[in-house]
Design a protein around this ligand. Structure first.
Ligand SMILES: O=C1O[C@H]([C@@H](O)CO)C(O)=C1O
Length: 551
């Protein structure tokens, strides 16, 4: 079966948090339309780039793109960007039931609102390991009033202008900025204030429930920066799915979501039904300067517009790393649904990531190399044997930690730009050891959510401090490690993942903080390029592939 979509992508004036700005919409909406499909279906999305002055690429986050690596949507890696006025067709099979997302993968466009949900239900007759009466979708985002162009310019300038904390947190595209903070600014029509709390576009999102019923909430974070804590006042939640993989049920009062993670939780509407409750999102991991984002958990027959009289809950302390670590460590794969990991790996790649300076610019690096996109996408360059498109020297797999204190700013903050990639033996088992460090400022290390394209991986372990290659592997969970596609590396901590390089293609692995990837915090893997089928011409047309696109 084929699920077909036709999307018009353009900038429109919208007020998701009551403040009017340009938002990238799909068919007039942000979040864009939800893709509904059944496991094994083929999804076809024809994207019409009506952004007028901007390129475009859309990534299907969590979809492995088996047999269709050219549809992964990673600009500069798997395709040339879709140019203004052009159409592009993404076509891929959704091979695994679960909750996924899609979002822009070009510059900082995700933070302009280009994102949405993908729901893949199991094939006919296949039962899920939990039950519920109804389901609701909650996409969580952080929101800035500066455009992605202004943010990009700030990140690439001297002095460095950081994006700073978001103005609002959005649930299903809705937030509430405190309009009294903006004076005397007119909206785009000149008919009133640029910030208008009565604009229906920013009325709170409503989650309707009936007393006694059980709900599956599909919750995902597409934030550009923030780690999020989600909770529903007066209700516990049971985590049952993470990144499209079933987990052993864990009951929590609140759920931590790192950018790029998706979850399903089961919630029973079993509290006093005579009132509504807050669903609340708060920032974790960075000192919050953004008000709590809210939605209304609305018990029938209370009016959905009737806000609870209580104050929205604050969630855990933003800097309680042990709490965050414990929740990540509590996730285990559900028996019988996921094959376990191989007991050993063929290759371990250490990724030591640091905040750096290159020629005065602020950057992020892996093993002292800061990633830049080549002008010819790797998939085309390698498959079509185009010469001299990127540096063929393999990037380093280790870093000398003997003379490095991860708890201090780097002694020598200089790094280099690189577009070289890791080439993996097809079908080999790869471990990645992510090592977090102190930033350029003293006493600062942040949580980084790492996302792998083309794969789901086993999370073998997390820890705080310097990874110990002798003793820490003895503590790996090789029995029931959770399977994910995005995983946090905690402040001053390490995270180890394992995957099989069994999906022919070119796959990005990067920090899902949009500005960090832009500033070089990513790497690229090649595996089984010789097994990739003939590439569609539609992905070509830039760099050295310019002439290949000609009909
Ligand atoms: O890349 C970053 O830059 C800022 C800060 O280090 C400089 O303003 C920050 O918090 C980041 O994550």
């Amino acid at each position: 079966r084929i699920q077909s979509y036709k999307w018009k992508v353009k900038y429109e004036y919208k007020s998701p948090d009551c403040y009017e700005k340009l938002v990238i919409t799909i068919n007039g909406e942000s979040p864009g339309p939800t893709i509904f499909a059944e496991q094994g279906n083929t999804v076809v999305v024809e994207v019409d780039n009506l952004l007028v002055t901007e390129n475009l690429a859309i990534h299907w986050h969590g979809i492995r793109q088996i047999g269709s690596p050219w549809s992964d949507g990673a600009n500069g890696i798997t395709q040339c960007p879709v140019q203004p006025g052009e159409k592009f067709v993404y076509k891929f099979v959704v091979d695994k039931a679960g909750t996924y997302i899609y979002h822009a993968h070009y510059g900082l466009q995700r933070s302009s609102g280009l994102y949405g949900s993908i729901h893949v239900i199991p094939s006919d007759g296949v039962k899920e390991p939990f039950s519920y009466d109804r389901e609701h979708t909650l996409l969580i985002n952080d929101w800035w009033h500066k455009s992605s162009a202004e943010q990009t310019a700030g990140l690439s300038s001297i002095p460095f202008r950081w994006v700073n904390e978001p103005q609002s947190l959005l649930i299903q595209g809705r937030g509430a900025y405190n309009c009294s903070l903006v004076n005397n600014q007119l909206n785009s029509l000149g008919t009133g204030s640029i910030c208008n709390t009565t604009n229906p576009e920013c009325s709170p999102h409503v989650i309707p429930v009936v007393f006694g019923k059980t709900y599956r909430l599909r919750i995902a974070s597409v934030t550009s920066l923030s780690a999020i804590n989600f909770m529903i006042e007066g209700h516990n939640m049971t985590i049952v799915e993470a990144d499209g993989n079933y987990v052993e049920p864990v009951v929590v009062q609140n759920l931590n979501l790192y950018s790029g993670e998706t979850y399903s939780v089961i919630v029973k509407a079993d509290n006093d039904p005579s009132r509504n409750y807050w669903a609340a999102v708060n920032i974790l991991g960075r000192m919050p300067k953004t008000p709590t984002g809210t939605a209304v958990f609305n018990y029938y027959p209370n009016h959905p517009k009737k806000p609870p009289l209580t104050t929205p809950p604050n969630g855990p302390l933003w800097n309680d790393t042990n709490y965050a670590l414990a929740q990540s460590q509590s996730l285990k794969a559900l028996k019988g649904f996921n094959p376990g990991p191989p007991f050993s790996s063929d290759r371990a790649i250490n990724m030591f990531f640091t905040q750096n300076k290159i020629e005065g610019f602020s950057r992020w690096s892996i093993n002292n190399f800061s990633f830049v996109l080549p002008s010819t996408p790797y998939l085309i360059a390698l498959k079509q044997n185009l010469p001299h498109t990127f540096d063929p020297t393999p990037p380093p797999e280790k870093y000398d930690l003997q003379n490095y204190d991860i708890h201090l700013p780097p002694k020598n903050p200089n790094a280099s730009y690189s577009d070289s990639i890791y080439r993996l033996d097809f079908n080999s088992t790869i471990d990645i050891i992510l090592q977090n460090t102190n930033m350029l400022d003293p006493n600062k290390s942040e949580t980084h959510p790492w996302h792998l394209h083309g794969h789901h991986f086993w999370v073998l372990g997390h820890g705080i401090g310097v990874f110990d290659p002798v003793n820490d592997p003895k503590k790996y969970n090789l029995v029931n490690p959770v399977v994910k596609n995005t995983v946090p590396a905690f402040p001053y901590g390490w995270t180890v993942i394992r995957f099989r390089a069994d999906n022919p293609g070119i796959w990005a692995f990067h920090c899902h903080v949009e500005a960090h990837y832009y500033l070089g915090m990513g790497v690229v893997f090649e595996e089984g390029i010789e097994r990739v089928a003939r590439l569609p011409k539609s992905i070509m047309g830039c760099g050295k592939s310019k002439r290949l696109a000609r009909p």
